[in-house]
Ligand binder design. Structure first.
Ligand code: CO
Length: 307
């Protein structure tokens, strides 16, 4: 007992020395970090990333989001990038040079941005979003990239997002719609596993409003599945709404276009009366509010990261 005590007394000065050395190393590290930050002052920015649209009418959606983001974050510079290379190439031929997310982030790094919140304006976590995740991760690891970079979720990522999206979509169905009239939400759809979000949305609608259907252009549920539902319920009139951020090519041509294979013409062929609503979801403020909340969460993660 006494032997152990004397040994611990003897060891005390040595452990104090170790502690002082550790503290010195820690302080030096902290000082050099502070110096590095002093050389490059913190600069925060927002990068909004949409799929893009070749149609000028789609601008209404982008302008609405842009205005809402700037109003919510008046002191933070806002920049844009577009994930669709097809759209970027198409617009480049018209002399409009849109940036890809990687190009925009490289520009922002060169402009001295040290903290960037990248906000996905996609609807589901599909191919465009997963590619964006990879781009953001790459920039996070570049030695001369952006020190702090966070990615905001698309419209629907969590179950809570899905529930909230279902509620706001229903709230934006035109009031003129009668009780026995159906609504078809036209989603994009994708072979990517993220397509399950459209199926989940159809399921959520079933309990909220059984006459609201989700159909997709390139995935499931298909238009034929929706047509079978309409037939079995003896529906006579349908409202067609895009479940896409912009009312662009898909809404104006595939949904409401004059070609015989547009949804509106196929449904008219089934004897249905059709009313197209040419508004992208990003034109509805309560939908934009979901993206804005996801941006706030990304900005909060930046703050937590910076401390
Ligand atoms: Co498309």
């Amino acid at each position: 007992m006494s032997h152990a005590l004397s040994r611990s007394r003897r060891n005390r000065p040595a452990s104090r020395r170790t502690l002082s050395a550790l503290l010195l190393v820690l302080l030096t590290l902290l000082a050099s970090t502070a110096l590095a930050h002093g050389v490059k002052p913190e600069k925060t920015g927002i990068l909004l990333v949409a799929f893009g649209s070749s149609m000028p009418q789609a601008q209404a959606s982008f302008e609405n989001i842009d205005a809402k983001v700037r109003a919510a974050h008046p002191d933070v510079p806002v920049q844009w990038a577009f994930t669709s290379h097809i759209i970027r190439n198409k617009l480049a031929k018209e002399g409009k040079n849109l940036l890809s997310p990687a190009q925009a982030l490289a520009d922002m790094a060169a402009q001295g941005f040290t903290r960037v919140a990248v906000q996905s304006l996609h609807t589901i976590p599909g191919e465009e979003y997963t590619d964006l995740q990879r781009t953001v991760a790459a920039f996070r690891s570049f030695p001369d990239g952006i020190a702090h970079i966070e990615l905001g979720a698309p419209l629907m990522l969590s179950t809570a997002d899905l529930e909230r999206t279902a509620d706001v979509l229903l709230a934006n169905v035109p009031k003129e719609r009668g009780k026995d009239e159906a609504v078809i939400l036209m989603g994009h759809g994708t072979p990517h596993p993220g397509n399950v979000y459209y199926i989940a949305m159809q399921e959520l609608m079933r309990s909220r409003d059984p006459l609201v259907f989700v159909g997709t252009v390139e995935g499931t549920p298909t238009l034929d599945q929706v047509r079978a539902e309409l037939k079995s319920r003896k529906i006579k009139k349908v409202w067609l709404m895009p479940f896409m951020s912009v009312a662009g090519d898909h809404a104006r041509n595939d949904m409401a276009g004059s070609e015989p294979d547009s949804w509106i013409n196929i449904l008219k062929g089934d004897g249905l009366q059709c009313v197209p609503v040419l508004k992208g979801t990003a034109e509805f403020d309560d939908v934009v509010a979901i993206w804005l909340d996801h941006l706030n969460e990304a900005l909060q993660r930046l703050d937590a990261d910076g401390k």
